[in-house]
Ligand binder design. Structure first.
Ligand code: ZN
Length: 341
């Protein structure tokens, strides 16, 4: 030993491949490297030290300014360290089931006092404990807690979840009929409802949007069950990159109820009024019901959005006048349809 012991600076040191860190005290970098290499079994020639947090190389001069117990990484000649980001990418490249990572995150969570870090760690544990590969009730009983016994697979339940949303939209259109005063108009409206209900039923209530076992072109999720927010109605994409896999855990399944199929052209403010307006002077047989169906129940007008991207105010978008009536689509813009009778 040389130098005065009270001038020794205590630091925490680790190698770049391991999480275990060691407390070492040294007077200078040279001594630190020597001790560290012995401890971590790293060849001395070319060994160097940098900050764990951001990869800054630790020089002799810099070393003297470091606070006690700074976390450092000892590297052999060819190794580099770009900071903790490098550690995260190593973490992400580990086994996806990552039992050891989950256990480590749980331990940290138990010790953690900061609400911010508790949130980050608990989200991490939740995301790592991904059980999306399991599909049946037998395989992942926890996922099905609170789900009716008739659902045997996750996909079947998710399909039903989407169907239910479509049925509730149909119900809203149904309810609008009650407010129609003129009997003749109401009679035509009822015909429209029957046809829309028939179209929706034929399409399986579009339950396939949430069904990961469906063909890719029919579903909104990946084959694993990941959904990506499509962004607010007036934006091309979600800037927050919201995503969720309701197939992965019970929590995620429940959270998915906060994701909405948002009508760009609004159902109550625009589509239903346009439908009622058209029926004032036209029989239902004149109406382009395919257009109304697409606007009410399909991806042509629905965007899957996380609640944050769900803007509740008026969208101020109207139905396309050119598409409300049959045969109108080929007319010149601005051309009014003349009725002969
Ligand atoms: Zn979003």
């Amino acid at each position: 030993m040389y130098g005065l012991s009270d001038k020794n600076k205590p630091v925490k040191i680790r190698s770049c491949g391991e999480n275990k860190k060691y407390g070492v005290a040294a007077q200078n970098v040279k001594e630190l490297i020597k001790k560290g290499c012995k401890l971590l079994k790293i060849p001395l020639a070319g060994a160097h030290v940098c900050l764990y947090s951001d990869g800054t190389e630790v020089t002799e001069e810099y070393f003297q300014t470091l606070p006690d117990n700074t976390e450092l990484v000892l590297l052999s000649r060819p190794q580099t360290w770009t900071g903790v980001v490098c550690d995260i990418s190593q973490l992400l490249s580990t086994d996806p089931n990552a039992d050891a990572v989950i256990a480590a995150a749980r331990r940290l969570l138990a010790e953690q006092q900061s609400p911010k870090w508790r949130k980050i760690l608990s989200d991490m544990v939740q995301n790592l404990e991904d059980r999306s590969e399991q599909e049946s009730r037998e395989e992942d009983q926890d996922w099905f807690r609170g789900v009716e016994a008739r659902f045997k697979t996750k996909s079947a339940y998710m399909k039903y979840n989407c169907e239910s949303r479509m049925r509730s939209y149909m119900k809203e259109v149904d309810n609008a009929a009650k407010a129609v005063e003129k009997a003749a108009v109401r009679a035509e409206f009822v015909k429209v409802l029957e046809q829309l209900a028939h179209m929706l039923k034929s399409a399986g209530y579009n339950g396939r949007y949430f069904d990961r076992t469906e063909k890719e072109r029919h579903r909104l999720c990946t084959g694993e069950g990941w959904f990506t927010c499509q962004g607010p109605f007036d934006q091309a994409a979600c800037l927050s990159l919201h995503s969720i896999n309701p197939y992965s855990s019970r929590d995620s399944r429940v959270m998915f109820s906060m994701w909405n199929l948002d009508h760009r052209i609004e159902k109550k403010r625009a589509i239903i009024p346009a439908l009622l307006g058209a029926l004032q002077n036209h029989p239902s047989s004149d109406l382009n019901l395919d257009y109304f169906y697409r606007m009410l129940f399909t991806r042509d007008n629905l965007k899957l959005v996380q609640i944050v991207c769900h803007k509740k105010g008026a969208h101020n978008l109207l139905c396309d006048d050119q598409k409300i009536y049959k045969g109108n689509t080929k007319q010149k813009a601005g051309g009014k349809r003349r009725r002969l009778n």
